[in-house]
Design a protein around this ligand. Structure first.
Ligand code: IPE
Ligand code: IPE
Ligand code: MG
Length: 246
């Protein structure tokens, strides 16, 4: 750990258990440099490495990264192909680091829609890291919260139809248990880079009480210092969960 930076200011007891990030702004980063959008995605991959490393070092439990949305399939085929290529490259280059650093890898989303070669490497790394109990790196791929909620409703309806479940048994806990994020705590922090004030179909159920941070910084420019500064700001927030201070 780099002791000269802002880590020392963090209250290790008050760290978020789960950080979720909408990694936005790769295209704008490239455009502002008159580069192809793909260059922005390439640089964005370096920021992913930094955020994973920092999260592991400081002891975050779960890091969920929105890497590709269900809507992103509508981008030009050349951009989709480049993103898949970069994802494969990223997974291959990080495999050893995940194993060496006790990182458990998981993917959430409509993974069946991913290309077969990407699916294969995802499954390989999920299996390889299944027994690790350090940081859970949760990559959202072909992910859409409405798809996730639809799948949950279908699963519960099927159980009700087969008599396994009564309508009255359906609770918030049971719903959470049928989402991709089952067994994970809800995100404490949601970060969105590059300034858009929207959630773009990300973790709609899970962010009910999440603290939201939107930064103007474009994802390729997002730094360790800014990440740590957001975590410090999070520790100053008063999370009331609808209650009043007594
Ligand atoms: C985020 O950057 C990466 C993905 C959505 C895959 P964008 O590609 O959305 O970048 P902008 O929003 O066009 O700048
Ligand atoms: C959200 O970014 C999805 C990811 C970061 C993977 P988008 O760039 O796709 O979202 P919109 O289009 O600005 O809502
Ligand atoms: Mg975008």
């Amino acid at each position: 750990m780099n002791s000269s930076d802002a880590v020392y200011d963090l209250d290790t007891a008050g760290l978020p258990k789960h950080v979720a990030i909408i990694m936005d702004g790769n295209g704008r980063w490239a455009k502002s440099r008159l580069l192809n959008r793909i260059k922005g995605h390439e640089r964005g991959a370096d920021t992913v490495r930094m955020v994973v490393r920092t999260s592991r070092e400081i002891g975050i439990g779960v890091l969920t990264l929105y890497a590709f949305s269900s809507e992103n399939w509508q981008r030009p085929p050349s951009e989709v192909a480049a993103l898949m290529r970069l994802l494969k490259r990223f997974l291959k280059s990080e495999e050893a680091e995940m194993c060496d650093n006790n990182i458990r890898f998981n993917a959430i989303g409509d993974i069946a829609r991913m290309p077969a070669d990407v699916r294969q490497i995802l499954q390989h790394i999920i299996r390889l890291t299944a027994d690790n109990d350090g940081l859970l790196l949760n990559l959202a791929l072909s992910y859409g919260a409405r798809d996730e909620i639809t799948a949950m409703v279908r699963a519960l309806a099927a159980k009700a139809a087969s008599g396994e479940l009564e309508a009255a048994d359906i609770s918030a806990e049971l719903i959470a248990d049928h989402l991709y994020t089952r067994k994970m705590p809800d995100p404490d922090v949601l970060i969105r880079t590059s300034g858009e004030m929207r959630v773009s179909n990300f973790l709609l159920w899970q962010i009910a009480y999440t603290e939201i941070f939107v930064t103007q910084t474009l994802w390729p420019d997002f730094s360790r210092e800014e990440y740590l500064s957001i975590l410090r700001d999070f520790q100053k927030r008063d999370r009331r969960f609808g209650r009043v201070e007594l």
